[in-house]
Design a protein around this ligand. Structure first.
Ligand code: ADP
Ligand code: MG
Length: 483
């Protein structure tokens, strides 16, 4: 069951535009690089000069095939390009070439973990389709005094539009889906995933309904280009829709924009229906035919997918499924884990350290794992010193700090900070005897059956040993002495 907001069920479906990582455009040879001077990357085809014709970019098709394989979708043997007609100054042809009735990628699914209260649950979002299309140009309103300008550099840039079924029921789930999708497209390298530059932008369709009722009318929040805004925009939209309905107003289908400055969504236009676009097959492009052999070849050349790698981590390293999924967030994290696990021979400890201390430090300093000052070899050496009882877990965290701050190698830091665990029983016994003598009340209480009284002894022992006593050894010796 999905959780309710003020007695309403939330329904969300996503449309994501992923800019494909080809160097040239989808139907022309012009370059797609970001940030070039206006109109220097628009050729005659992109400008829609008379007599020009589109030619399909094989690289864009190949990326669509890769995506279809990555999400277990059906790849259409024959798909059709259609003209989506509308007028806009940045669309000189008067139509966008897209796919309508028969898209190249059909079905498929994306699954991920989601924290729900104290539980971690696996969610699966079904995909409707993914289709190839061209991007439009850009209107520039700022750089011209008293006038607007058109930059056609972006016109004809290849996009894969990825459409889900209305399967998500909270902003958290929507964000988790978007992150997972982002991971997939960047992992297989079909999109650079740069959200600031618009390479990965999401439209969130949001509606609410009373449980069990028909789907409510949706409003579509356009062009969400950060995960933070995505969450804020959906939360605001849900509250707004519920308020409208509670006030007796019907929701009108509309396209809205999120304003990060006010934290509100604002209607941009009432929404067009498919019929308004007068879609029809583009006579300039033949059907896109993809043979099984092509799909098989692409499959053979693809790198190991994140979910396949996660399954391997479960099998080869005996990791819980949750760990395996976290460690396959990116290729770099996965490589860091494998290097650490292999070097120290303790995969679960390696996983704990990477998901714990390492990622905490990375998050705090907004770094990616590639920038981590602690190498996999150093982390493995540190783990080795915990498992051979040279240092305690507590001391290990101090050594990690030292590694992070580039104070030297593991053994040198242990030496310099005097963190070596006390493994000499004689010395430890002396400390324990002293603490027992100084705390007769705790000893008495413990002997009377109060197990908690032991804490009052362990604390002072650890303190007297300056944290160097081995907690396991302390416990064993205490038990022996207290009978
Ligand atoms: P269009 O192409 O006109 O935008 P679609 O029917 O293809 O419309 O749906 C677009 C997106 O909206 C899909 O992701 C779909 O899951 C989602 N969607 C459809 N109906 C609803 C609804 N009632 N509430 C929320 N999302 C919806
Ligand atoms: Mg839409």
């Amino acid at each position: 069951m999905s959780k309710l907001v003020q007695g309403y069920e939330v329904v969300i479906g996503f449309e994501t535009h992923a800019q494909l990582s080809t160097t040239s455009k989808i139907f022309s040879r012009a370059a797609t690089a970001f940030g070039a001077e206006a109109n220097t990357q628009a050729c005659a085809v992109d400008m829609a000069l008379p007599g020009t014709l589109p030619v399909m970019n094989i690289g864009a098709v190949e990326r669509a095939i890769e995506f279809g394989l990555a999400i277990n979708a059906h790849i259409a043997e024959r798909s059709i390009f259609a003209r989506k007609n509308y007028f806009y100054p940045d669309l000189p042809k008067g139509y966008q070439i897209s796919q309508f009735e028969i898209p190249v990628v059909q079905g498929g699914e994306v699954s991920f973990f989601l924290e729900e209260g104290k539980e971690t649950v696996r969610k699966t979002v079904r995909l409707e389709r993914a289709h190839l299309e061209e991007d439009a140009g850009k209107s520039l309103h700022e750089d011209f005094i008293g006038q607007s300008g058109i930059d056609l550099n972006r016109a004809g840039t290849p996009l894969l539009e990825i459409v889900t079924r209305p399967d998500m029921s909270s902003s958290e789930e929507a964000v988790a889906y978007a992150k997972e999708l982002h991971k997939i497209v960047t992992w297989i390298g079909i999109c650079d995933g740069n959200m600031q530059e618009g390479s990965f932008r999401c439209d969130a369709n949001v509606s609410v309904r009373k449980p069990g009722a028909e789907l409510g009318t949706r409003r579509e929040i356009k062009n969400l280009n950060s995960f933070k805004f995505m969450q804020q925009a959906i939360d605001y939209e849900v509250r707004w829709q519920i308020e409208q309905i509670e006030d007796g107003h019907a929701i009108q289908q509309a396209t809205v924009l999120f304003d990060p400055d006010t934290g509100e969504t604002r209607a941009m236009r009432t929404k067009e229906d498919a019929a308004d676009y007068r879609y029809f097959p583009d006579p300039d492009l033949p059907p896109l035919v993809i043979g099984r052999d092509w799909v098989e070849r692409v499959k053979g050349e693809m790198a190991e997918l994140p979910r396949v790698m996660a399954e391997r981590f479960v099998k080869d390293y005996a990791l819980p499924e949750y760990d395996a999924t976290q460690l396959t967030q990116s290729k770099a994290v996965a490589a860091y884990f494998e290097a650490t696990a292999k070097a120290c021979g303790q995969p679960k400890l390696a996983s704990n350290w990477i998901m714990g201390e390492v990622s905490r430090r990375l998050n705090a300093s907004e770094m990616s794992i590639e920038q981590a000052p602690v190498s996999a070899a150093q982390l493995a050496a540190l783990i080795g010193r915990i498992s051979d009882n040279t240092i305690s877990n507590n001391a290990a965290r101090q050594v990690f700090e030292g590694l992070w701050n580039k104070e030297g190698e593991v053994d040198a830091i242990i030496e310099a900070k005097g963190l070596k665990q006390m493994n000499d029983t004689g010395e430890l016994e002396k400390i324990i005897d002293e603490v027992l003598a100084a705390n007769p009340k705790n000893v008495e209480e413990f002997k009377a059956g109060n197990a908690k009284a032991l804490n009052g002894l362990v604390g002072p022992i650890m303190k007297a040993s300056k944290g160097k006593a081995n907690p396991g050894q302390v416990n064993a010796l205490l038990m022996k002495k207290l009978g």
